[in-house]
Ligand binder design. Structure first.
Ligand SMILES: Cc1cc2nc3c(=O)[nH]c(=O)nc-3n(C[C@H](O)[C@H](O)[C@H](O)COP(=O)(O)OP(=O)(O)OC[C@H]3O[C@@H](n4cnc5c(N)ncnc54)[C@H](O)[C@@H]3O)c2cc1C
Length: 294
């Protein structure tokens, strides 16, 4: 089924199971039901769906007696950092490097800093989104052809006030104050130090990284709030129904046939890209569901 928006989940009169999945498709309302209902709308939209599904048995939002649904939004402290050199970088599939040397800290800063990798190769089009004009006549396309493009990820910490909410009309509101920024700043500085230690290039010698600009040029940009690619944490799992909405199998503590299987369940964002963890957890919960249904 495509182009279908789940608007709300309705429960039986006891409030203990989801009895209807209310869907809007091509302007028409449809209803579905199942023995087990799995929400997997992503951390922002799954939280919004549960909040939107409030009823008299779940006045604070479905499965939200703990008041954690929508809270602890995390999305990583991310930056893209470009190092521009005289050598062109003709690579297409660049995501081949990861550096975790500073994940848990370093001698001069014994706290976690995060993870360094390459970001998918930037081009002039992607740079239009925010790169500063750095030199007259130096087009964004040329800049991209000469750049090594790094992706820096640091952990942001679970903060109850960083949250997904709904406004009066049911629209999503995301309220977020970045935290844990010092480690991220230090990680960027570490990368710059490493780049400064590189040896001469075979083609341009020591001039490689000095030719186009007076010195190596690093352009760094923090990913702003709208960059919600790594959204997680909004329907956290745990053993205690007072402090978590899902149990260790990602079943809602308060609803017997409702599971949430996406980035919502994280209690901590870690400092690595989230998709593989989300997939691994989905396989784990899948095994549990097979057992339950047999
Ligand atoms: C540009 C970009 C690059 C990324 N690169 C990486 C990377 O390199 N490595 C990595 O690990 N991660 C990466 N991510 C993050 C990764 O894609 C996400 O963490 C992951 O896909 C989240 O999985 P999810 O199951 O939580 O939600 P999603 O994959 O977002 O799935 C949610 C689905 O639910 C649908 N949906 C939402 N609300 C409703 C509703 N009410 N009714 C019906 N359907 C609904 C959405 O349309 C969507 O299809 C990237 C993300 C972006 C945007």
């Amino acid at each position: 089924m495509t182009d279908a928006l789940v608007e709300r989940l309705e429960t039986s009169s006891s409030g203990r199971e989801v009895s209807k999945v209310v869907v809007r498709q091509n302007g028409a309302r449809e209803e579905f039901s199942g023995d087990v209902v799995v929400a997997s709308c992503g951390a922002i939209n799954s939280a919004a769906l549960l909040l939107r599904s409030a009823n008299d048995k779940h006045p604070n939002g479905l499965a939200n007696g703990s008041d954690v649904v929508g809270r602890h939004y995390m999305g990583h402290v991310n930056s893209v950092l470009m190092a521009i050199s005289k050598c062109p970088n003709p690579t297409v599939f660049q995501k081949s490097l990861s550096v975790n040397d500073f994940y848990f800290g370093s001698k001069d800063f014994p706290y976690p800093m995060g993870h360094i990798s390459f970001v998918g190769k930037l081009d002039g089009e992607t740079l239009k989104a925010g790169a500063p004009a750095i030199a007259p006549g130096f087009t964004l396309e040329l800049m991209a052809q000469h750049s090594l493009d790094f992706w820096l990820t640091s952990e942001d910490l679970p903060e109850p006030s960083n949250r997904v909410m709904l406004d009066r009309d049911g629209n999503i509101v995301l309220s977020y104050q970045p935290n844990n920024k010092e480690g991220h700043k230090r990680l960027g500085a570490k990368l710059k130090d490493l780049m400064a230690q590189q040896r001469k290039c075979a083609m341009h010698g020591h001039e490689c990284h000095q030719g186009l600009f007076a010195r190596n040029l690093y352009i760094g940009q923090r990913i702003p709030l709208a960059g919600v690619a790594h959204q997680n944490g909004t329907i956290r799992f745990g053993r205690d129904p007072k402090s978590s909405a899902l149990d260790p199998n990602c079943k809602a503590h308060e609803v017997d046939n409702l599971y949430v299987v996406d980035g919502s369940f994280f209690c901590s964002s870690g400092a690595v890209n989230p998709a593989l963890t989300i997939m691994a957890n989905a396989l784990r919960v899948g095994d549990h569901l097979i057992q339950r249904m047999s």
